[in-house]
Ligand binder design. Structure first.
Ligand SMILES: NC(=O)c1ccc[n+]([C@@H]2O[C@H](COP(=O)([O-])OP(=O)(O)OC[C@H]3O[C@@H](n4cnc5c(N)ncnc54)[C@H](O)[C@@H]3O)[C@@H](O)[C@H]2O)c1
Length: 343
């Protein structure tokens, strides 16, 4: 007889407790998951974007996926982006993640997933910063364009995985957001000198590691000359750079098919050139030495954000809680478990 399936609900407080302070471990987990994905041991179909004619700025995205190897889990992330939330102080994004047992298909758990999503995004950015920065030329000046939750998590993951900086640049279209992030950085104590830049050009020219984490829907940075000092750019928000900037750089993505969709900057570059020759490879290919980068030219990393990363981090949280006997199982969640009815 197989074990009777159970279903747990994992609130954000438990997710936070499991994940906080484990930056290095999570960067390694994300690296292993990229390797599994690169080796074809995952399934990661295209995300489905639910949009609303009466609320065009908002969306909910479904990311179904399956991870093999030691992770061994199926599932789906369901994440909404409602940019107007931030007017009332509520975060823009909210999410749940459902994990399914690959043996029975039964859902195992539903996890609060805005933290998991931010963690996997930040761990992927910190991993890319490490693997894509030229040997012996580790950036000392980081700059953040867009200063929301994702910028904060990326900063935490950079510091937590061993980076330190002489200078941290900050730029946001909204001066209050820039100021909020500046005062947050000062509370971290280890941030280096913090400088708020009134313009994006200033920040880019002053940084050798540039993080774009805005909510720009169309490119607002179109001058390749801003990047002539060959910075590493983590283009997490995906739509800030014009095709000219993309085409003047070396380009690394997490997954080619995913990234060249939904009017990302690399998708616009493909439309402009009619081909994909401007792509140098994936992060997994750089990690295993199949792709080498030129330290004299800018590098742009565009991570579409893979559902397999959410599943790997979600399964990690689930397993840690199960090991500690802390899973909050919902009694009788599955009621009809006998094929011919209860006797
Ligand atoms: N690639 C991935 O895997 C992945 C994962 C999660 C989030 N994201 C993306 O990261 C981005 C940031 O997410 P968040 O939750 O921090 O958002 P947020 O709304 O909390 O913060 C975004 C900030 O960007 C600022 N901004 C908007 N346009 C700007 C511009 N042109 N120049 C400078 N600042 C600008 C806003 O004022 C705001 O402070 C979003 O685009 C989100 O879709 C990507």
């Amino acid at each position: 007889m197989p074990e009777r399936p159970t279903f747990a609900v994992v609130p954000g407080a438990q997710v936070h407790e499991v994940l906080s302070g484990r930056e290095r471990e999570l960067v390694d987990l994300v690296a292993d998951t990229y390797r599994l994905h690169g080796a074809g041991d995952t399934v990661n179909p295209p995300s489905y974007f639910l949009r609303f004619p009466d609320r065009p700025e908002s969306r909910i995205i479904a990311l179904p996926a399956s991870v093999g190897g030691a992770v061994a889990v199926d599932g789906i992330k369901w994440i909404s982006s409602f940019p107007r939330n931030i007017d009332s102080g509520l975060p823009r994004a909210s999410a749940v993640l459902v994990l399914n047992d690959p043996a029975t298909g039964y859902p195992l758990a539903c996890l609060e997933s805005s933290i998991i999503s931010a963690v996997r995004t930040a761990a992927s950015a910190a991993l890319a910063a490490d693997r894509l920065s030229a040997e012996g030329r580790r950036p000392r000046r980081v700059g953040f364009v867009g200063t929301g939750l994702i910028a904060r998590y990326i900063h935490t993951y950079l510091l937590g995985s061993g980076w330190d900086f002489d200078e941290v640049g900050v730029h946001d279209l909204d001066a209050e957001h820039a100021e909020g992030f500046r005062s947050y950085l000062e509370t971290t104590g280890s941030a280096g000198r913090v400088k708020v830049h009134g313009g994006c050009e200033d920040l880019v020219r002053a940084s050798d590691l540039v993080v774009f984490a805005t909510v720009a829907g169309t490119p607002h940075v179109s001058e390749p000359a801003w990047f002539e000092h060959a910075p590493l750019v983590l283009h997490v928000s995906l739509r800030d750079l014009s095709p000219e900037v993309v085409l003047a750089a070396q380009n690394v993505v997490d997954d080619v098919e995913h990234c060249l969709k939904a009017n990302t900057s690399v998708h616009l570059a493909e439309q402009r050139t009619g081909g994909r020759d401007f792509l140098d490879g994936t992060l997994a290919e750089v990690m295993d030495g199949r792709v080498r980068l030129d330290a004299e030219r800018p590098v742009v990393f565009s991570p579409f954000g893979l559902g397999v990363l959410d599943l790997a981090v979600g399964k990690y949280v689930h397993d840690e809680l199960a090991r500690g006997g802390e899973l909050r199982v919902v009694e009788d969640f599955f009621y009809e478990l006998d094929r011919y009815g209860k006797r």
